[in-house]
Design a protein. Structure first.
Lengths: 696, 421
């Protein structure tokens, strides 16, 4: 069982990590001394509550709740932060929050072929603490359809195009922009066009097939090398198949470095644990394919998740026949090159990306453009060694960074010269202000306002809502299309279909079922044969076209109707919705990338749209209102009324700190004679404040 | 010192340099002169871009080939412009062609939707290292905002990203024209007196935080909130309300979402909005091209015709450049599914107003609309043309947040000067 192994590794990691962070801080100082580029002013260390807020946001993707704050403060001061991290890393939130990280990195798009399954695969991989090198191998080497091999979604989303995949491989896994070399030798870079073609040719026999039989798209391996040299645009007389060659220099392992020995020992231990748990199919695959390099995990084949024994045999049968899902030897070789410990680019890329995610800036910029230099070489070297030695354990890496003093530094205040602020930040001696990720901001509003559940009794908020509906002017027989049976009325009466969702649907969140998504549909896949004939498909399309034609011609007018609604909403976490959200959704407005192309990062710049969504949005409004089912309510009404306590609670729930004396006085004035309304006003302002959306 | 239509969230050092003119140092004198000459000629102040996603057939719209097998099901009709014919599915627009110019020789290079859309909207090819701003973002980066409304508005869909110009130059979107945007007023139940009190409290809290930390992001957020509040309170917001329009007007625009979009676009430029993009999808007609195009024309024809007519009637057309554009054309050859496939090598666009001389055709395709036969026009030339019409130097150097120098429109682009003859 993987889970058991994963826990073992995590515990081991925790012990080493405490030392690791201290070493990182020492290396940073050493690196800074070597840089000598100005006056470094250290930021103040974060207070305990600020650390709680920052760490909770970074590990599980939302602010801490009041009970969590209380729990934290009960822990002994000296051990508080350590216990907090233990607690956070054990929880479920880690996988939700860091799925966002992987989704940005791998450009996961729900609408792309296999997108949602890839998302669920990543989520499950984090839950199971699967090593990053193993994931990378699967992402690069997978064949099959996303139904039976979710990791193949990485290839499918770029239509398995060799050139695109070469660019993505370099940029995503290695932090190097090579895609420019697709068209030309880059004037400043060392990458030649030929090298790009050689990298691309690892994908050169990969075929993506859309089966009209099973209506599925899958990846398999063909015979013919599609990547040819010289490039077509040079209009050569003849073009030749390119021989695959990995362009990146590798480490010299003639003397085994310490981190490699540690990795080997770790992997040997893992294999042993696997053995004990008699997951022999999985182990067979592991051992069979790792060949001469056993223990290193090199060449580990993708182990399909939750695939029944029979289905797995079916895959093997198909493979033997050289049928549907042929494995790719070329991509397996590439996976070895990319994710093997001899490739320093691979470890450095992840170290830099995680560091940048948590510290607000990386050791090189942009984070997908390594040019041979880093700002803090000793620190990077140490972090890379540790990352590899700990089995490419993402959670461990995150934790080491979060345990450093550098992570727990405040930003410098306005009284410091701009230049000194800049130098101190780039030395990681003071903090860099980071805004919450859009998903984190959304979830934090939900948590701060107790919106995960209804906070009002049923029927307490009945109000009338005006809604505009479109009414056709000419009633043709086709109008029946617009009608549907109301399921709840039971009498089958035809009522007009509601033409549009609520006007606040830009904040709507519908969760995906990740567990369902990672289940294999292999049985269906193999069993499923032709569902519809070509003629049927064509006929359907014609019918659709005719319907559209008629609907276009129709004229209509608008009428206003009044609905009675019970305004008592509850909100889901935004971390499990299909991704990226629609372009106008809250998440996108706050910077979630479209993930259409390489080189797109989260845009954290403020905009007027963002301001409007927070000032007037449904989530902020409902979070601010005080419902009878939340603890705040009893502090504002009746015998238990205690306005000072209520204000303190509001500050703790929203900003994770107590108010100052001035703030308390200010808030008391706001609460005035109408505490319930006043508290809603106070909470609305706190939710909209800079302090709320920017991390300490 | 506001030199941009983008919300001025951050007065960066770079922006300071640009604003003080440092960025034109080092520009060859000849180009400076050329640039100033063009600026004097520029008439356009606004742009309305109709973006037709999916790749609109050029043969079935602006470049009919009567008598050829490629012509398909529609005929070609005479228009109000001498010697210019367009497809028979645009009878109303045909009466306005004396205001319109056609470019029939756009030579694109990208045949896939994503890449072609990117190029036709930004002038650049996709680049794995950065995102280029779309045409609207370029325009509002260079032209100041007039009034309270955002300088760049997109209707019925999304515009290209603002790329390295950041969110402040991105488009403000209108979901459905005529619908009330709930985000433009205080939430239900919050009176404006109470809402204003909330805003005061928030301003006090944020001022303390901004003052103490001096974080530039805080200042930028302050500005964004200020802009939002002034928009919420602006009398100009009434322009979004189409309910007061005469039924006749709505009918002339075709009484469709698209027509409402076109009508709103007109009202927006009349209110001072610099760049309005009206989006329409569904042009990827690999099968059953003809009924699909007929349906499109049923909405597009009255809307475009009424828009051009109305703008011309009020004189606003002189300062408003209307552009109808798609990412590529479609194969003149009709495929086995009665459809047309992607065709980037030769396609067309329509322009009107903003100094563009109406009633003319630039370039020509060959007998079957397969290749440009005369005066090939690069996609980036279209962007240079729009810049030229607005008096924007399309070769201006700007810097990305990473301090990488870029020029607004891809190198080598040239305005199609004949359009303005």
């Amino acid at each position: 069982m993987r889970g058991v192994v994963a826990i073992g590794v995590a515990c081991l990691g925790a012990v080493v990590a405490a030392d690791g962070a201290t070493v990182v801080d020492r290396q940073l100082v050493a690196d800074n001394q070597a840089r000598e580029d100005g006056r470094i002013i250290p930021g103040q260390p974060l207070g305990d509550l600020a650390y709680l807020r920052k760490a909770t946001i970074d590990v599980i993707g939302r602010i801490p709740t009041f009970p969590e704050i209380e729990q934290y403060q009960k822990w002994p001061k000296a051990k508080r932060r350590e216990l907090l991290l233990d607690h956070l890393f054990k929880g479920k939130g880690l996988a939700d929050r860091w799925t966002i990280f992987y989704a940005d990195l791998l450009r996961i798009r729900s609408r792309a072929e296999g997108g949602n399954r890839l998302l669920a695969y990543v989520h499950q991989s984090i839950e199971q603490n699967r090593p990053w090198d193993e994931m990378a191998r699967e992402l690069i080497a997978a064949s099959g359809s996303s139904g039976n091999t979710p990791s193949v979604g990485f290839l499918l989303s770029d239509e398995s195009d060799p050139m695109t995949m070469a660019g993505a491989t370099a940029q995503v896994f290695l932090g190097v922009r090579m895609a420019c070399a697709q068209c030309h030798n880059h004037p400043f870079d060392k990458w030649r066009q030929k090298q790009f073609y050689e990298l691309a040719s690892f994908f050169g026999k990969t075929k993506q097939i859309e089966s009209r039989l099973s209506s599925k798209t899958y990846v398999t391996e063909g015979e013919e090398m599609k990547v040819l040299w010289p490039p077509e645009r040079r209009k050569p007389k003849e073009r030749f198949p390119v021989v695959p060659k990995f362009p990146f220099p590798v480490e010299d392992f003639s003397v085994k470095p310490d981190y490699l020995k540690r990795l080997e020992a770790l992997r040997a231990g893992e294999a042993l644990a696997l053995n004990k748990h008699k997951e022999s199919e999985a182990l067979d695959a592991l051992i069979d394919s790792s060949g001469g390099k056993k223990g290193l995990g090199i060449g580990v084949e993708p182990v399909a998740l939750s695939v029944s024994k029979e289905s797995r045999e079916d895959i093997r049968k198909l493979d033997v026949k050289g049928d549907l899902y042929r494995k790719s030897e070329l991509r397996r070789q590439l996976a070895d090159h990319v994710a093997g410990p001899q490739n320093r680019y691979f470890a450095r890329n992840m170290v830099n990306r995680v560091w940048a995610e948590l510290m607000g800036r990386g050791f090189y910029h942009p984070i997908d453009d390594y040019q041979g230099e880093v700002t803090h070489p000793k620190t990077v070297d140490y972090l890379c060694d540790e990352f590899v030695a700990n089995g490419y354990d993402l959670a461990h890496l995150i934790r080491v960074v979060m345990e450093t003093d550098a992570y727990a530094k405040s930003t410098l205040n306005a009284d410091v010269e701009l230049e000194d602020i800049d130098i101190s930040r780039s030395a990681f001696a003071s903090g860099t202000k980071r805004r919450m990720l859009s998903e984190v901001l959304y979830d934090s509003v939900v948590v701060a306002g107790h919106l995960q559940d209804h906070k009002w009794p049923k029927g307490a908020n009945i109000r009338e809502v005006e809604r505009r509906v479109r009414v056709p002017l000419d009633t043709e027989p086709e109008d029946k299309i617009e009608l549907e049976s109301e399921p709840e009325s039971g009498d089958g009466k035809m009522v007009p279909k509601k033409p549009k969702a609520n006007p606040y649907n830009l904040e709507e969140v519908i969760s995906l079922d990740f567990d369902q998504l990672v289940k294999s549909d292999l049985d269906r896949d193999i069993g499923m044969m032709k569902a519809k004939s070509d003629q049927e498909i064509e006929a359907e399309r014609l019918a659709e076209m005719a319907r559209k034609k008629n609907s276009v011609r129709r004229r209509y007018t608008y009428e206003t109707v009044v609905d009675k609604v019970d305004d008592n909403p509850k909100f889901s976490s935004s971390m499990r919705m299909s991704t990226p959200a629609p372009p106008t959704h809250f998440l996108r407005v706050f910077g979630q990338p479209s993930r259409d192309g390489l080189g797109e990062f989260r845009d954290h710049t403020p905009s007027m749209r963002q301001a409007l969504m927070m000032l007037n949005g449904k989530a902020t409004h409902e979070a601010a209102r005080v419902g009878p089912y939340e603890p705040m309510h009893r502090l504002l009404t009746g015998k238990t009324k205690n306005l000072a306590k209520a204000i303190e609670l509001a500050y703790l729930e929203i900003l994770t700190r107590k108010p100052s004396a001035d703030e308390l006085a200010e808030a008391e004035a706001v609460l005035g004679q109408a505490p319930l309304e006043g508290m809603a006003d106070l909470r609305w302002a706190l939710l909209n404040s800079h302090e709320f959306r920017y991390l300490p | 010192m506001k030199d941009t239509g983008c919300f001025d969230y951050q007065m960066t050092r770079r922006r300071m340099l640009q604003a003080t003119g440092a960025s034109i140092l080092g520009m060859p004198v000849a180009r400076l002169l050329a640039a100033s000459g063009q600026t004097a000629a520029a008439k356009a102040e606004h742009v309305i871009l109709f973006w037709n996603g999916g790749g609109m057939s050029h043969v079935d719209t602006w470049d009919p080939k009567p008598g050829r097998p490629v012509q398909g099901e529609f005929s070609a009709i005479d228009t109000s412009a001498d010697g210019i014919q367009i497809s028979s599915i645009f009878p109303n627009l045909a009466k306005q062609m004396h205001h319109c110019a056609l470019v029939r020789s756009i030579a694109g290079t990208n045949g896939a939707h994503g890449r072609a859309t990117y190029e036709l909207q930004t002038s650049y090819n996709m680049d794995p290292s950065l995102i280029h701003p779309g045409l609207g973002s370029i325009v509002v980066h260079e032209k100041n905002r007039l009034g309270d409304l955002p300088a760049f508005i997109t209707i019925n869909g999304q515009a290209a990203k603002s790329g390295y110009f950041g969110q402040s130059c991105s488009a403000y979107f209108i979901g459905e024209p005529g619908e009330k945007d709930p985000y433009l007023s205080f939430p239900t139940g919050i009176t404006s007196a109470r809402g204003n009190k909330r805003l005061d409290l928030l301003a006090r809290m944020n001022a303390r935080a901004t003052g103490k930390t001096g974080v530039t992001d805080f200042k930028a957020t302050d500005t964004a909130i200020k802009e939002a509040v002034s928009l919420m309170k602006s009398p100009a917001l009434k322009v979004f309300d189409l309910d007061k329009e005469k039924p006749d007007t709505l009918a002339r625009y075709g009484d469709s979402d698209f027509g409402r979009g076109a009508l709103l676009a007109r009202k927006l430029v009349e209110t001072g909005v610099r760049f309005v993009q009206v989006n329409r999808g569904g042009f990827d007609t690999h099968s059953n091209n003809f009924p699909a195009m007929e349906n499109h024309a049923l909405e597009m024809d009255p809307a475009l015709a009424a828009l051009v007519e109305d703008l011309a009637a009020t004189g606003k057309l002189e300062s408003t450049l209307v552009l109808v554009l798609s990412e590529f054309g479609r194969t003149p050859r009709i495929n086995n599914n009665a459809g047309r496939d992607h065709h980037a090598r030769c396609f067309s666009c329509l322009m009107a107003g903003g100094g563009v001389q109406g009633g003319q055709v630039i370039g020509a395709s060959d007998k079957d609309a397969m290749e440009p036969a005369e005066r090939p026009v690069k996609p980036s030339d279209i962007h240079a043309t729009v810049c030229h019409a607005l008096g924007i130097d399309h070769e201006k150097e700007v810097y990305t947040p990473q301090d990488r120098p870029m020029i607004l429109v891809r190198e080598g682009a040239e305005p199609v000067h004949e359009l303005f003859a």
